[in-house]
Design a protein around this ligand. Structure first.
Ligand code: FAD
Length: 416
């Protein structure tokens, strides 16, 4: 019988988190094989809003959200929704989400996320340098917009938190001051916060393609197939795949919203859910966008993608199997048209993506508690692009038994 090949490291998942981990490991001289399912449209990394949102340190589970959530949930096309057929499935996750929103847990999550963001911002710079990727990024800042003084005042707690954490911003208190940065907004937006260092990728799909290409050029390998299960053996970890068994000395599970299916196969369940998000990408000439726009009260953003515009957001807690409800994308586009009257809404392409989300809005980045040869890196929610380079570096540190660059307590695989 021929001896099976034992790979040095297999990374499961070829999204931004998996490829960033693969690149970081390759940078340490390791031989890396990425196994990634062939369906590109399933990758959250492909078509997201493209923002490196390093200043977004607040988890979704804020102390105030449980007051707002019932109102949002009553509107089936509002910023947060649960399809009726999924309502029962999501209950245990919702209970954990509520616990995560309690003030002390929230505060811990903010501090952990803030340390993570500082690390991730520096790691992105290193990744851009190491892959000659500067042309795939642009820094045009971000305007977070409020309709009237009431909404603005309610947001000041968030801005005070950013000040405390040393994040640079400017508060704008008139429609004229806002128009100086972004002409063409409806005058109902009377207040805003501007974060000048906010960076966007020119197109997340091109950014992922660039990183993937660098990985391949440096000798990395990718096979497009699905892993069904992990099976720890004595010499190596076995992976059951659609093309037979694979073996590796180390495994990284970075399979986005599907990661818990793999962890379950070694007896480790995680309360991983998906926040389904929607967007529409409009062609060149749709709007003269000067900066990334965030409509906080409506749960969506408008970003520049190449020379076009992407309007997207929403949170639909609807699992991995229900068909998309593209009325959500239409609703966001209609709102964007009200807020940016000159927006040309023709010729758009709609998309739905699966944000991988844990109830406390923090990813799991840790060794498996039961199988040291498995490292988990998933659950980045709204921030997977933002945190991909930083996560890659942490994964490389874990695989090499080094002290990680930040305290990983809040990101532990044993916290649920
Ligand atoms: C509408 C929307 C807007 C967003 N905007 C932003 C933003 O502006 N900034 C930001 O930072 N983040 C944003 N995000 C979140 C971000 O896109 C995700 O957090 C991130 O892409 C997750 O990356 P990932 O590599 O973990 O997962 P994915 O990109 O989903 O990749 C996982 C990969 O694993 C593969 N896979 C799964 N199971 C298996 C298996 N069993 N075998 C083999 N392969 C498998 C999948 O097919 C996929 O290719 C947004 C998300 C959405 C939906």
């Amino acid at each position: 019988m021929m001896a099976e090949k034992v790979h040095d490291i297999i990374v499961i998942g070829g999204g931004l988190v998996g490829i960033s981990a693969a690149l970081a490991l390759q940078g340490r001289g390791r031989e890396v094989l990425v196994l990634d399912r062939p369906d590109e449209t399933l990758k959250a990394s492909q078509m997201n809003a493209g923002a490196f949102a390093f200043c977004n340190v607040e988890p979704l589970a804020t102390p105030g959200i449980m007051r707002k959530a019932p109102g949002w949930l009553l509107d089936p096309l509002g910023p947060l929704s649960v399809p009726p057929s999924y309502a029962f499935n999501i209950l245990p996750w919702m209970l954990r989400f509520w616990r995560a929103s309690l003030p002390d847990r929230y505060r811990q999550a903010v501090l952990a996320q803030s340390a993570m963001m500082t690390h991730c911002e520096a790691a992105l710079k290193r990744q851009v340098g190491a892959t000659s990727g500067a042309a795939f990024l642009r820094q045009e800042g971000q305007l977070q917009l409020y309709e009237g003084a009431g909404e603005y005042r309610a947001s000041l707690e968030e801005w005070n938190l950013r000040k405390e954490l040393g994040i640079a911003f400017e508060l704008l208190e008139s429609a004229e001051a806002i128009a100086a940065l972004q002409p063409g907004l409806d005058p109902r937006f009377t207040h805003a916060g501007f974060t000048p260092h906010w960076t966007n990728s020119v197109d997340p799909k091109l950014w992922l393609a660039h990183l993937t290409e660098v990985f391949l050029q440096r000798g990395g390998a990718i096979e497009r197939l699905a892993v069904a299960a992990l099976a720890p053996g004595e010499g190596a970890v076995e992976l059951r795949t659609s093309s037979g068994d694979y073996h590796a000395s180390q495994i990284v599970v970075s399979a986005g919203a599907w990661s818990h299916h793999l962890s379950r196969s070694i007896g480790e369940p995680f309360p991983l859910e998906t926040e389904r998000g929607y967007n529409t990408t409009l062609p060149e000439g749709a709007f003269d966008l000067k900066t990334h726009l965030t409509f906080s009260g409506h749960g969506f953003v408008v970003s520049k993608i190449n020379e076009g515009i992407r309007v997207g957001g929403a949170v639909e807690l609807g699992g991995l199997n229900l068909p998309p409800n593209y009325k959500r994308a239409e609703t966001l586009l209609n709102k964007a048209k009200q807020f940016l009257p000159a927006l040309k809404t023709d010729g758009g392409t709609q998309w739905m993506g699966y944000r991988p989300t844990l109830p406390d809005s923090l990813p799991v980045i840790d060794r498996s508690p039961s199988e040291r040869r498995v490292v988990y890196a998933f659950g980045h929610g709204h921030l997977g692009l933002t945190q991909s380079a930083g996560t890659g570096e942490i994964v490389a540190a874990l695989v090499h038994d080094e002290t990680p660059p930040i305290d990983l307590g809040a990101f532990s695989a044993s916290r649920f």
